[in-house]
Each structure stands twice: as structure tokens, then as C-alpha cells.
Design a protein. Structure first.
Length: 512
């Protein structure tokens, strides 16, 4: 077997990432050597591979679904928004500059087509199957000329990729979305579109079947499955500009807490929040309640406040001041109440920032609750460090321009010889540049015990919570969803042999 598939969507958030991960896990359980691929990703949630390359977290999670190590080949182009109009361009895992949306779509994007096709070809030469994920909708006709992530990659790949279009029926209008998506593609692109997959269906499938039959009559294309609505099936979020301030991070049921008290965690919903998935490991702990907040009164009953990472440290600092959260955080630190800053959040807690790279604002005062001075370097730090904190092994990954000069406080994360590796602690305020550290189970439990003691809560961490096992469980549930509710025989043929021949053209097609 040497095949591939592009999972496209009628809209953003139609479920492409979840479906891609589910197909990957289903295939690997059949003994297929499979890899994920997304030519271009726009996200502030990223990950560092073993070779020190930065890629989207969704592709890292999909690699985990495939049970392989993620590499830069799986996400050759990553766009990290710095606002509504510009993004940092990360090519093959390394930042190569900032571009406006007009500048990127006006010429740079099309020049990257050769690079992404080479990466895809290398993966297809190494793996039995490559499951590709599109972005947004393939029918964005204003971007067709420069598209390198949807139909542009499907029609230019050799051999061409069959395309499965996913639609979120929970939003309504899924039939119109399926038909309209095909009808706005060129004749050449329509030849790649094999059919559809309905996502998030609630109710009796037999009531949907007449519509699916009519859709096949209208388009000549079949539906490969109807996936039921399930809570808690999302994988790491991609969208860096829109964050749903959900009441809990982990939507599936969590076991009751072990101790007499719960711990309440408030996460400051700062602008351009990056890698807010760091708090997923806290939300997975029985007895820990996580919520995102943007008002000072919401900090009052929190046992721990987390300031997460951000692509705009200085802008986030200003936002905290505008919302009166900055004063609340300073008071909280003075009262000895727990605060954790991660990456940009760590920098915000320091004394001052010298930024001639990200905001280009020069000297900016921080909150001054940690003895740290930060200077932004042009070279980005991209590493996968290992150390020790609170007597436990801790692993993480670093993605930042800021270089911290720690001038006091206690060591937070050290090496085996007790030498400081990163971060610092003053009382009940901690700061670190390491993302993902809370996924280390022993360290997370030790940290939560420290928080509970400082907050005078009778909270006891569960002794057996394994975040890695929960992730595996989640990925297996995605694989089960595909195996139980998709026509896997037809999917197999599609991946192996490509789109069926003789698919009809649906007018009007893409405008000239």
C-alpha cells in the first residue's frame, strides 16, 4: 500500500483535525505505517520536534495517533499570527520572517508550493499512507490561485490525492455546504473530490439517509460515513485568534476528587494566547476545575492563577493593565497566593522587558513580582529540555524569543546536579519558559500539592492520573469513531487507489 488522502472541510472547525487523527489511528491499528501532513497551518499552538523544529500542535497530536515521532515534514509551513494583519512565517520548523496577509498571499505562498510538495513526496516515499489535512474551506475562490494546502496540494501531488470533504451537521446547512463546496471548484479540482463525511450528527441516521441519497444523485459522489456527536473528542486547538472561553478544558467526564476540597484554577485569557493547551493537564486532574477569565473579580476565589504563553508579551501586559488584572495579580503575589507564569506569562511577571523584536517597543516594565529581566533575541529558542523540579523529573519544550536573566529567588527547574535550568520561584509565584511541563505526572502532582498548601485547601492529587494514557484513550476513541461509523472498506480503497474515475462536473465551477 502506498496511498494518501486529503481531508478537507466545508468550513473551519468542521472537524478536519479530529477526522484526520481518527483515520490515522484506525489505519495504524490495521498495521499500516501512516503519517499525518498539513502543508500550511495557522496556529499559535505549536510544538517542538526532537530535531528542534516548530510545527502545529495538531500535527504533533496526529503523529501521536500514528504512533510516530513528529517531524517538520508533517507541517512544512506554520503561520503564527501577531495580530489581525500579520504573521510570523515558520518554514520547515524555523522562523523566516513576518509577513502581512497581503504579502503572504500576494506571492510568498505560491513560491512555497514546491517545498510542501517535496515534503509530501518524501513522506509518501517513507510511509504506506499519508493522511493530509486541509485548512478552512477548499472553495475559497479568492485564494485558489495561491492555494498550497487544499486543492492546490491535491491536484499537484503525484499521484494526485483523493479528497474527502467533512461537514459539521451540528451547525446546520450541511447539504448546501457539501453541494456548494463542490460546485465552486474547477473541473480539475472536482475530479479529486471523492465524496463526503458527515460529522457531529445527533439522532436517527435513517432520517438522514434520504438526504444523502439525494446528495449522491446531485453530485455523483457518495458519503463515506456519518459520525455521531461525541463530547470530549477534540484534539489540541489550532486557531490562534479565536479561543472559546469554555468553562472547562476537558469536556469528558472526570473522576471525583480524592481530597476534601477542589482546586480552582483561573487562566488569564490574554491576547494572542499561545499553547493554552498547557492547562489541559491540570483540567485532567480529578478535583481540579479550570476556567478562562478576563476580569479581576474572577481571580478572587481562584486557588491558582495561570498566565499562559502569548505571541504578544507586551500587548498582553497592556491588556492585563487595561482590565485591572495586573493590579489584582500584584496584590495576589504580595498576599502569598499562587500564580504560575508560563513562557510569555513568565516574562510578564518579571521586572522589565527589552523588546526590539516582537513589539519593537524597547524597554517595558513588567509586573515586578519575579526577579527576572527579559531581553528579546532575534533567534528563537526551540528545544525539548529535561530536568527536575520539586523532586520530580519534568519534561517540556521551549518556543520563545525572550531570554531571561534571573537575578534572585529560588531555582524552579534544575539539572541532575542542582544547577538552574529555567525559571524561578518567589514564595507562591512560579515562572518557567517550559511548555508542557505539567504533562509530567509526578511533577504535576507535586506542584498541585504546593498550590494546595499555599491556598490552604485540603486537596489531594489522584495518585494514578496519567496524562499520556488519557491522550491515548482519546486517540483510540477517535479511531473507534472511524472504525464504527465510516465505511472503512471504501475508505481503504480511496486511500489506496485514489478518487473514482468519471466523477461528474457540477456547474458553475470556479470563476475564471
Amino acid at each position: 500500500m502506498s496511498g494518501g488522502l486529503l481531508v478537507a472541510g466545508t468550513t473551519s472547525d468542521a472537524g478536519k483535525s479530529v477526522v484526520t487523527a481518527g483515520i490515522c489511528r484506525w489505519l495504524v491499528r490495521q498495521g499500516v505505517k501512516v503519517a499525518p501532513f498539513k502543508a500550511q497551518n495557522m496556529s499559535l499552538n505549536s510544538f517542538v520536534t526532537c530535531e528542534g523544529a516548530e510545527i502545529g500542535r495538531a500535527q504533533a497530536m496526529q503523529a501521536q495517533a500514528c504512533r510516530v515521532e513528529p517531524t517538520a515534514l508533517m507541517n512544512p509551513v506554520l503561520l503564527k499570527p501577531g495580530g489581525e494583519q500579520s504573521s510570523q512565517v515558520v518554514l520547515l520548523g524555523k522562523p523566516v520572517g513576518e509577513l502581512s496577509a497581503r504579502g503572504y498571499h500576494g506571492g510568498r505562498q505560491q513560491k512555497l508550493l514546491g517545498t510542501v510538495l517535496e515534503c509530501l513526496a518524501e513522506l509518501r516515499g517513507t510511509y504506506d499512507a499519508v493522511i493530509c489535512e486541509g485548512a478552512g474551506s477548499p472553495a475559497e475562490i479568492n485564494l485558489r490561485r495561491t492555494d498550497i494546502v487544499n486543492m492546490g496540494i491535491a491536484r499537484n501531488a503525484r499521484p494526485r490525492l483523493p479528497v474527502l470533504v467533512v461537514g459539521d451537521i451540528d451547525r446546520g446547512g450541511v447539504f448546501a455546504s457539501f453541494f456548494g463546496t463542490v460546485a465552486l471548484l474547477s473541473r480539475e479540482d472536482q475530479e479529486c473530490v471523492a465524496g463526503f463525511l458527515v460529522n457531529k450528527f445527533r439522532g436517527d441516521v435513517s432520517l438522514l439517509e434520504p438526504g444523502l441519497d439525494m446528495l449522491r444523485d446531485l453530485t455523483g459522489r457518495r458519503t463515506y460515513g456519518v459520525l455521531p456527536f461525541r463530547h470530549g473528542l477534540g484534539i489540541d486547538e489550532e486557531d490562534g485568534l479565536r479561543v472559546s472561553l469554555r468553562g472547562t478544558v476537558r469536556e469528558s467526564n472526570v473522576a471525583p476528587g480524592v481530597g476534601e476540597d477542589v482546586l480552582r484554577v483561573a487562566v488569564c485569557a490574554i491576547p494572542l494566547m499561545s499553547n493554552f493547551t498547557d492547562v489541559d493537564a491540570l483540567a485532567a486532574e480529578p478535583g481540579v476545575v479550570v476556567r478562562f477569565v478576563d476580569r479581576p473579580e474572577e481571580l478572587a476565589d481562584a486557588d491558582l492563577v495561570v498566565i499562559p504563553g502569548t505571541r504578544g508579551t507586551v500587548r498582553a501586559l497592556e491588556w492585563l493593565g487595561e482590565r485591572r488584572l495586573a493590579d489584582a495579580l500584584v496584590r495576589r503575589a504580595a498576599e502569598g497566593r499562587p500564580v504560575l507564569g508560563i513562557c510569555g506569562g513568565f516574562q510578564i511577571l518579571g521586572e522589565h522587558i527589552e523588546d526590539d523584536v516582537e513589539s519593537r517597543r524597547g524597554h517595558v516594565d513588567g509586573l515586578g513580582v519575579l526577579p527576572v529581566r527579559v531581553r528579546f533575541a532575534r533567534e528563537k529558542t526551540l528545544t525539548r529540555p529535561v530536568g527536575e523540579a520539586l523532586g520530580e523529573r519534568v519534561e517540556g519544550y521551549e518556543i520563545h524569543h525572550g531570554v531571561a536573566d534571573v537575578t534572585g529567588g529560588e531555582t524552579f527547574i534544575s539539572d541532575d546536579n542542582g544547577h538552574s535550568l529555567d525559571g524561578c520561584r518567589v514564595g507562591a509565584v512560579w515562572g518557567t519558559h517550559w511548555h508542557g511541563s505539567l504533562e509530567s505526572d509526578g511533577f504535576r502532582r507535586a506542584f498541585l500539592r504546593e498550590v494546595a498548601a499555599a491556598a490552604s485547601r485540603r486537596f489531594v492529587p489522584a495518585p494514578d492520573t496519567s496524562f499520556a494514557a488519557l491522550r491515548e484513550e482519546q486517540l483510540d476513541r477517535l479511531g473507534d469513531l472511524i472504525e464504527q461509523h465510516a465505511d472503512t472498506d471504501a475508505l481503504w480503497r480511496l486511500i489506496e487507489s485514489g478518487a473514482p474515475q468519471g466523477l461528474p462536473f457540477i456547474p458553475p465551477g470556479a470563476p475564471a
